[in-house]
Design a protein around this ligand. Structure first.
Ligand code: SF4
Length: 539
């Protein structure tokens, strides 16, 4: 934990990651519960909260089986009046989309804040989807911090807004903010809410008649939300007296890049910063009425840029990712912003390029032994297919393993193996980690049992969620075999092997037998992740 720094007259300052600032903001907003599934770059939020909850015992923080469960657990706390934080990475919100969309219809009771960390540039993700679209889709409020200080303050405020407008509030982070540190001024903590049932008892029972009433109530309140957005300090318009032909709109972290690049400008440009959504339409119109061109700088998709085209009353040239002044994909940085502003010179000269470091499995990783066995078992088959999943083992795609043919989303190794096998492919092997299996692999394995599908699933049981730093899996490793059998996999075809360099031949033989069996089978390859084993030994 960061060391506290303060003098008698100054507020307490703590040096925090953006993720930790969100966690502390939630604690100081009086949460009773926090739930999450680990996913880079959001994992540190819940790691921080679990440490703090363990030390204080004042609230509960825990990992959940997946993001949908996490969101619904937070909703349960809200139903009884308590405040709850739920956090996840951007693709996790796809898994939690069902409760998130419907949470905007119920009358939120205790405040619910969803902290979602987007990954523009795909540092550790399979896409760079922009969660602001989800907030807009769900009619939720979205707060987008530009600094760690704002991450702390906006998370606190998010709970107040959630209770005031009875909707969930999203706090949208991006990787650079989530994973960088800065001093944060801390305010006094608020008490937790007492238990209290919703004012209208059926506002959480989404029968069509109730849902229609609640949805209309939300639409009626939209004007009040918009009014708040025009006056809230997170949406700030600076119109210099001198005016100018070019105006700039920034959102979230893009403000930092703009302010750095703007040091090279002769005079300040008209500038609107948007930190809270739905967008402040009046402020956007006011800016655009004062300029001929507007440059939109936003991290993620061209969300604001697209929106502008629908709300402007006068013709203004709109520049940004869609029109090509800013690259369509990837993260922003100060150089890109400088180019978009027409500034060619770097004020401080060129920095040397950083060396690249390709990802790879740790030396001695148990997955390497499992991949060796899978490759040997499939060696005689020209049409063999291996569907894989999200985790360290996705690196099985790279040399020297070259062992997998797909990796799409959590749990898809199982369902895609089923679909491919039922489309006629043979042999088909799915490869999934223990944590990912419990996240969303269980349900498609039930489908495979029901369909008597001719496929073999290999569960790589390294007793942890390795890729995100070694969080515990939701069930201990010893329970996996009984879970698999409980789903209906024939006991004879649920095999447990050891993933060890000396046991590769034994695993190959077991895999061969299960590939020869024409029905659903599971091979659980067990050995602890060497990183977590090393950490436990150190402890
Ligand atoms: S962290 Fe663990 S599971 Fe991941 S590559 Fe390293 S040893 Fe393997």
């Amino acid at each position: 934990m960061a060391e506290a720094m303060k003098t008698k007259s100054e507020p307490e300052l703590r040096v925090l990651l953006g993720d930790e600032a969100v966690a502390l903001g939630a604690m100081h907003a009086g949460i009773s519960n926090a739930y999450a599934y680990p996913g880079t770059p959001s994992t540190e939020i819940t790691e921080f909260l679990i440490r703090e909850a363990g030390a204080s015992g004042e609230f509960r923080a825990a990992w959940s089986a997946n993001e949908k469960s996490a969101f619904e657990e937070a909703l349960g706390a809200s139903l009884v009046g308590r405040r709850a934080l739920v956090s996840m990475k951007h693709v996790g919100l796809n898994v939690a989309a069902d409760p998130f969309m419907n949470a905007s219809v119920v009358a939120i009771n205790g405040g619910v804040v969803l902290a979602v960390a987007d990954d523009p540039g795909m540092h550790s993700s399979q896409n760079e989807q922009d969660s602001r679209y989800f907030a807009d889709f769900a009619h939720a409020i979205c707060l987008e911090p530009a600094t760690q200080q704002e991450a702390y303050e906006m998370t606190r405020e998010g709970f107040d807004l959630s209770e005031r407008f009875q909707i969930p509030v999203m706090v949208r982070l991006v990787t650079r903010l989530a994973h960088s540190r800065s001093p944060v001024a801390i305010a006094a903590a608020r008490e937790q809410n007492p238990l209290r049932r919703p004012g209208q008892h059926d506002s959480w029972i989404l029968l069509p008649s109730n849902a229609r009433r609640e949805w209309q109530r939300k639409l009626d309140e939209a004007a009040a939300v918009m009014e708040y957005m025009e006056s809230c300090p997170h949406n700030r318009l600076d119109l210099p007296a001198a005016g100018g032909k070019l105006g700039v709109i920034t959102t979230g972290l893009a403000r930092s890049y703009y302010l750095e690049a703007a040091e090279g400008l002769e005079s300040p440009l008209p500038h609107l910063h948007i930190g809270a959504y739905p967008m402040p339409v009046a402020k956007i119109r006011e800016l655009c009425a004062a300029v001929d061109r507007v440059l939109v700088l936003e991290e993620g998709y061209p969300f604001v840029e697209r929106y502008l085209r629908g709300v402007l009353r006068q013709p203004v040239a709109i520049e940004g990712r869609l029109s090509g002044e800013v690259p369509r994909a990837g993260e922003l940085n100060t150089d890109l912003v400088r180019q978009a502003l027409g500034l060619s010179e770097r004020p401080h000269g060129d920095a040397p390029p950083l060396p690249t470091r390709p990802p790879q499995l740790c030396h001695g990783c148990p997955h390497a032994d499992s991949f060796a066995a899978v490759r040997q078992a499939l060696a005689g088959f020209e049409q063999a297919l291996v569907t894989s999943d999200i985790g360290c083992y996705t690196l099985g795609a790279l040399p020297p393993y070259n062992a997998i043919d797909s990796c799409v989303c959590m749990g898809a190794s199982v369902s895609m193996a089923k679909g491919a096998a039922e489309a006629g492919a043979y042999p088909v092997v799915g490869v999934i980690g223990d944590s990912t299996f419990l996240h969303t692999g269980v349900q498609p394995l039930m489908d495979a049992v029901a369909g008597k599908t001719d496929m073999t699933l290999v569960i790589l049981d390294n007793e942890t969620t390795g890729m995100t730093g070694g969080q515990p899996t939701i069930l201990p490793s010893s329970r996996l075999e009984s879970v698999v059998k409980g789903l209906g996999i024939d006991a004879e075809h649920c095999r447990v092997v050891e993933a060890h360099p000396k046991k590769i031949e034994a695993m190959r033989a077991v895999l061969q037998e299960e590939i020869d069996y024409h029905g659903p089978s599971v091979v659980i390859a067990v050995r602890e992740c060497i990183e977590t084993a090393r950490r436990s030994k150190k402890r």
